[in-house]
Design a protein around this ligand. Structure first.
Ligand code: NAD
Length: 630
């Protein structure tokens, strides 16, 4: 099959279960003659009938023209045998999630179809490359990951294995787009985009519920992620709908796929539900009770009441304005309400030397209906009740929270942004692709990267670092690019010199700047010290990619040629060795080049940088002025 695929292309679908039936429906609706095959006797015919019922319901509801429905159904037929698929230009397999079964099927198919027939797998958790490896022409094998229900869900992840030809990717993208779906091309890595980036949405909620000290319950966690986080469904209700066993299997597959990376550690709470057979709606009980007549559990909510005087802190203006809650100035004994920066309320109180109420994150202060809050230890009694009274006029309820780092919504937001940044940094897909996939495939109200832009890189990094300080397992590590952007946004010297980030990753960093008049010394030559600042910035990006706070401990600069006005200078730092406690001390090779667009411009300076760890980074005080992210 070539990129000129048209509706004349016959489509084969193997596996007539939930996904296969849906995919065949989509292909036939888009105008393709479609053949549906299943190993079970009668399964393909039953699936065709099921699609027929669905299509006729659409006619009854006025969503589909009768003639179009009949034409669609005339194009969809069950196949009796694999050889019936010989004339197909595309075959999508949606059989059981077993690599041996999929590989064997595709091997047999490859012997039946034409040499240029595109072979796609709908696997959600297996490596497409590993499935393709035993086939004669692996270049035409790729993943087409549809979401359930396929006729309704707009996203299709087009998974490119290292062996997949570009022509096959182009053809699949064109086809998926012609089917009215949104293709997002991604790399063949565990979970692809959605099943990888969505993990913290469940994982952070389950982690909170696993903490017996916190006393949080599923209804409150869900209510905060919907009422303050803006998600259409809370993680507990959503996984009850998906099935705890199904969701746990994806968690485990991604965790195993990433060599048991702590970011994806399966949840003990969820495992316990699965072991007990409480799988969610299908078994009547999961996190929530779904049995007939069961009362919906109510989220923990603070009763509004008069209490100590409260004043809204910086960053709470939109919510305070909406509630008509005015800052009365620093009334004696009044307590400031501050937005969370990830630290516990006790830590903020200790840093400021006065009690505070810390508010959990809110996605949109104009529409939020609930917010979580915690009072610091020295807070006068009744502070949360007074907060509830202050926010009641806006229709915003207050849920009391345990004093844990990152609270509920803030930790979820920061972990989602980190997962999204990490996927981009790892080359899974581009920034727009991640956000589109999460909106269309996971139903998030906005992509995590767009949310991260609203929250600010420094805030996200601060929350992740606070979570890491409480649980230094690597679960909350900050992607190098995110930390580099946050660092540069806060670095006035680099900003003043116009130094911008090019790239960052584990152990490397590249920055660039254009030499202007201000870089020149009295002899019209670039200040060597400023080139050293450029090199030092690259070094800071590279060495802090492993976690804060590592600093330069020396630069040996060898000048090769002088810089000139108008030069674009690029400094690239790469780790040579890492050693010492926590392996955070290191030696870096840094090259400063004139950028001629090829990446091989003249070398201006060669630099050897040494670094040393100086301990945990101090969190920014809530009193420090917010910085614009650049
Ligand atoms: P399913 O169990 O509903 O259907 C699988 C079908 O494949 C069955 O009808 C079975 O008889 C048939 N089958 C098994 N081996 C076969 C073979 N060798 N030849 C022909 N038919 C065979 O499964 P499903 O939920 O539709 O999932 C199918 C695939 O789609 C899996 O790889 C799954 O990971 C993936 N997927 C599922 C979902 C989902 O939400 N269900 C979403 C995305 C992707």
């Amino acid at each position: 099959m070539t990129s000129e695929t048209t509706t004349r292309t016959v489509v084969g679908v193997v596996g007539a279960g939930t996904m296969g039936a849906g995919i065949a429906h989509v292909a036939a609706a888009a105008g393709h003659d479609t053949l549906l095959l299943d190993a079970r006797d009668g399964a393909a015919a039953a699936a065709v009938e099921q699609v027929g019922r669905r299509v006729r319901r659409s006619v009854e509801k006025g969503r589909l023209d009768e003639a179009d429905a009949e034409a669609l159904l005339a194009r969809l037929r069950p196949a009796a045998d694999l050889t019936d698929l010989a004339g197909c230009g595309l075959v999508v397999e949606a059989v059981v999630e077993d690599p041996a079964v999929k590989q064997e099927l595709l091997r047999e198919l490859a012997g039946v179809v034409a040499a240029d027939t595109l072979l796609a797998t709908n696997t959600s958790s297996l490596s497409v490359g590993a499935i393709a490896t035993a086939l004669p022409r692996p270049g035409r094998v790729l993943g087409l990951h549809f979401f359930n229900p396929a006729p309704l869900m707009r996203l299709v992840e087009v998974v490119r294995a290292p062996s997949t030809d570009q022509a096959a990717v182009d053809a699949a993208v064109a086809l998926v787009a012609a089917w009215g779906k949104t293709p997002v091309v991604c790399a063949d890595t565990p979970g692809f985009v959605v099943n990888r980036v969505a993990r913290p949405y469940y994982g952070e909620a389950f982690r909170l519920l696993a903490d017996p000290v916190g006393g949080l319950d599923p209804a409150t966690v869900d209510a905060l992620l919907t009422g303050a986080g803006g998600f259409p469904m809370g993680p507990c209700a959503l996984t009850d709908l998906i099935g705890q066993d199904v969701n746990a299997a994806v968690n485990r597959a991604v965790w195993e796929g990433f060599d048991r990376d702590p970011r994806f550690t399966p949840s003990v709470v969820q495992d316990a539900l699965v072991a007990a057979g409480t799988l969610g709606r299908k078994s009547g009980r999961g996190f929530l009770d779904h049995t007939e007549g069961a009362d919906a559990p109510q989220p923990a909510t603070v009763e509004p009441c008069t209490g100590p005087a409260l004043r809204p802190g910086r960053g709470l203006d939109p919510l305070a304005r909406r509630a008509g809650w005015h800052d009365q100035g620093e009334e004696p004994g009044s307590v400031e309400v501050v937005p969370t920066d990830g630290r516990t309320a006790a830590a903020v109180e200790a840093a400021l030397g006065r009690p505070v109420v810390v508010l959990d994150a809110v996605r949109d202060p104009a529409t939020a209906t609930r917010v979580g809050a915690v009072a610091s230890p020295a807070c006068p009694p009744g502070a949360l009740a007074a907060l509830a009274a202050a926010l009641a006029p806006a229709g915003v309820a207050v849920s009391p929270l345990p004093d844990v780092p990152g609270l509920v919504v803030a930790r979820t937001a920061a972990a989602l942004v980190a997962a999204a940044e990490d996927a981009v940094e790892s080359g899974v897909t581009d920034r727009a692709g991640v956000d589109r996939a999460m909106e269309l495939g996971a139903g998030h109200p906005a992509g995590p990267l767009a949310w991260g832009r609203d929250l600010g890189d420094r805030w996200v990094v601060g929350v992740l670092d606070a979570l890491h300080a409480a649980e230094p397992t690597g679960r909350y590590r900050v992607p190098a690019t995110l930390r580099a952007r946050a660092m540069l946004a806060a670095d006035r010297v680099s900003r003043g010199l116009g130094i911008g980030l090019v790239a960052a990753g584990p152990g490397h960093g590249t920055v660039r700047a254009t030499v202007t008049e201000t870089w020149l010394n009295g002899f019209g030559i670039v200040h060597g010290g400023l080139v050293a600042v450029l090199a030092d910035t690259a070094l800071a990006v590279a060495c802090n990619s492993h976690g804060p706070l590592t600093v330069g401990a020396g630069l040996d600069v060898v000048w090769v040629s002088p810089g000139r006005t108008g030069d674009v200078l690029v400094a690239e730092a790469r780790e040579r060795v890492r050693y010492g406690a926590g392996a955070r001390n290191g030696v870096y090779d840094i090259t400063v080049r004139r950028d001629d667009g090829s990446g091989t411009g003249d070398v201006v300076a060669e630099v050897r940088g040494r670094t040393r760890s100086v301990g945990p980074v101090p969190a920014p005080s809530p009193d420090s002025p917010p910085q614009e992210d650049t």
